[in-house]
Design a protein around this ligand. Sequence first.
Ligand code: ADP
Ligand code: MG
Length: 190
Amino acid sequence: MTKQELRKQYTEKRLAIPDRERRKLDDLLLINFQQLDIPPFVETVMSYWPLETKGEVNTFLITDFLEFRMPGLQLAFPVSDFTNHSMKPMLVNDDTDYVRNEYGIAEPVNCPELSPKDIDMVIVPLLAFDRMGYRLGYGKGFYDRFLAQCRADVFRLGLCYFEPLDALPGIDHFDVPLSACVTPATIYEF
Ligand code: ADP
Ligand code: MG
């Protein structure tokens, strides 16, 4: 199967999960995440606002837990530029306002901009991943570009309702693999 066929398959598979089942999977995923060894240098985390229309994993459960365990945690959200498929990390707090962009993604407004080098951990959205830690994104390469600007030691975390594929097709030199991926069943470290 091609990357594009897999994108379609995993988009449909994820959207087909009933709400009740999804909440159960989010809980199981959180329980596994709580067992993950996070590097001690992690202080600044870039997450993303999960799109209900795409059935994305509930990242808020993960970042709420991180904030609880690390009271000094700094949280950032990306602001995307669709003209050049780039992203800027913006520092948010409890008072931050969010506005939906034309793609329905909630983005923070009036926030200080960080450098990609300031980010210690990125929660990377994905449709699927493989046993080598490669991820299938939405196909625009936003995160491959962003991760290329981050420090080499940035912790790249994937969250996925499904177990890994043996090997994703069409992996290229610009595809940045994950450091770890947590599923409702298992923790994968790469
Ligand atoms: P995704 O990672 O979203 O699944 P792909 O890995 O297929 O999507 O990448 C989509 C496109 O993004 C590629 O065709 C490639 O040209 C571009 N791209 C990815 N990473 C970079 C990069 N670091 N610099 C420039 N272009 C990139
Ligand atoms: Mg890629």
